[in-house]
Design a binder for this molecule. Structure first.
Ligand SMILES: NC(=O)c1ccc[n+]([C@@H]2O[C@H](COP(=O)([O-])OP(=O)(O)OC[C@H]3O[C@@H](n4cnc5c(N)ncnc54)[C@H](OP(=O)(O)O)[C@@H]3O)[C@@H](O)[C@H]2O)c1
Length: 390
């Protein structure tokens, strides 16, 4: 029997990859996609664009847009009234507001918790529903878990302290699912940090690559570059999730999709790869996170004479030479700040469950290796535009 899927977030970084991967599976019939759009035609165009991105075939008979917004009050009712959706077997909930900026906290909560509740309420009415796949995030473990390997069973933990509202809402999401559906219908996949694409082409999104482009621009980095970082490419994450969805007799309900201890990397290792691609730029230098404040002061032309930042005159001269106005540095630092906090946590996410599932998912490569094929793209990223849209 063919399985019909309802997916949210299919126009996004990971969701787009998932949509294309799922469409290639022989077990899959129709894929309904919740899309924000003013008209059905525009929704079709947005989905077609996802397939066109890497030259995949878009079949409008199988890929069906469902106009809707997780912020919509009557979303549950709309979905319930849509009788064409009664044959849905799998729901893949990938949509989220992934902003780290506190100015979006309310919206992040609205979309990631209340939006999810609306999908869950509708899912309870589906007679053919087999599995609700929730794309969570491994970083829900919170900031107390530092410099060690973290297992799936440690979360959700209500005591966890969150660096940003986003990870809190993703944790609450897991709790919501358990409150709405029986355990045998739940599959939770928790990617670590998704960076780029391991294939030699343009990734679907520059989200985390933006931070690398910014660091490449600055070269003097306010953070500890030796903390371990768990990063995986989007194609690896999508492939692993797709295989887990169709795995017979899955052993667990929750899986990290991560690099794990074998392929964790560091900012220093990543910067070594970047340095080889841009040898003409100053060498990378990692200084303490506390220097970020001084960098902001320098940008405001208020750096005190006794600041340690004055020990790096070659970088200050370099910044003066590449920026029209030093206030540009403040914009970059504002965007970079929360990422640096995550970078310094030293969290590695155990991937034993995924690798032992025997579904053809092997250990991923470390980020400093797989980014070699796309590192030249860093120069194409508009770092100021991205910094203003956190
Ligand atoms: N990227 C990472 O490093 C990472 C790591 C771990 C987990 N994750 C998880 O992976 C999932 C996908 O993340 P991503 O990086 O692919 O994010 P993304 O590129 O920002 O995509 C987000 C998707 O959600 C949709 N969406 C946002 N608000 C919506 C709303 N109000 N109604 C309907 N759809 C809405 C967006 O639609 P529009 O196109 O209309 O905006 C887009 O399709 C998320 O659940 C995230 O928590 C991501």
């Amino acid at each position: 029997m063919m399985k019909n899927i309802f997916i949210t977030g299919a126009t996004g970084f990971l969701g787009g990859e998932l949509l294309v991967d799922l469409s290639k599976r022989s077990e899959v019939g129709k894929i309904y996609c919740l899309v924000r759009s003013g008209s059905k035609e525009k929704a079709i165009q947005r989905l077609k664009k996802v397939f066109d991105f890497h030259g995949d075939v878009f079949d409008p008979n199988r890929i069906i847009p469902i106009q809707g917004d997780l912020a919509q009050d009557d979303l549950t009712e709309d979905l319930c009234e849509n009788t064409t959706l009664s044959d849905v077997n799998y729901i893949v909930h990938s949509a989220a507001n992934t902003s780290f900026s506190p100015i979006y906290d309310k919206m992040v909560e609205e979309i990631n918790i209340h939006g999810l509740q609306k999908i869950l309420k509708w899912s309870q009415t589906l007679k053919e529903l087999e599995t609700f796949v929730y794309v969570g995030t491994a970083t829900i473990c919170g900031k107390q878990a530092r410099d060690r390997t973290i297992t799936e069973s440690e979360s959700p933990n209500l005591e966890a302290e969150h660096l940003v509202k986003y990870t809190y809402t993703k944790m609450q999401g897991e709790i919501e699912i358990a409150n709405h559906l029986p355990a045998d219908k739940i599959l939770i996949v928790r990617p670590s940090i998704i960076l780029g694409d391991s294939r030699p082409w343009v990734p679907r999104s520059y989200v985390i690559m933006w931070t690398l482009a910014t660091v490449n621009f600055l070269r003097l980095v306010p953070g500890n570059g030796n903390s371990l970082l768990d990063m995986v490419p989007v194609d690896y994450v999508s492939d692993a999730i797709t295989k887990l969805i169709f795995a017979k007799n899955r052993k667990h309900q929750v899986y990290h999709i991560s690099a794990g201890e074998k392929a964790a990397t560091t900012s220093v290792a990543i910067c070594n790869t970047i340095e080889k691609a841009f040898p003409e730029l100053p060498k990378f230098n990692f200084v303490g996170h506390e220097m970020l404040r001084d960098m902001k002061m320098w940008a405001r032309k208020r750096l005190s004479a006794d600041s340690k930042l004055n020990d790096y005159p070659e970088y200050l001269d370099y910044w003066n030479s590449i920026m029209e106005d030093t206030s540009e540095l403040r914009i970059l630092m504002g965007g970079l700040d929360p990422y640096i906090e995550f970078m310094e946590l030293g969290q590695v996410f155990d991937n034993t469950r995924l690798l032992e599932e025997n579904i053809g998912v092997v250990q991923s490569k470390p980020a400093h290796e797989y980014i070699k094929t796309s590192v030249h793209l860093l120069k194409d990223i508009d770092i100021f535009e991205a910094a203003l849209e956190p």
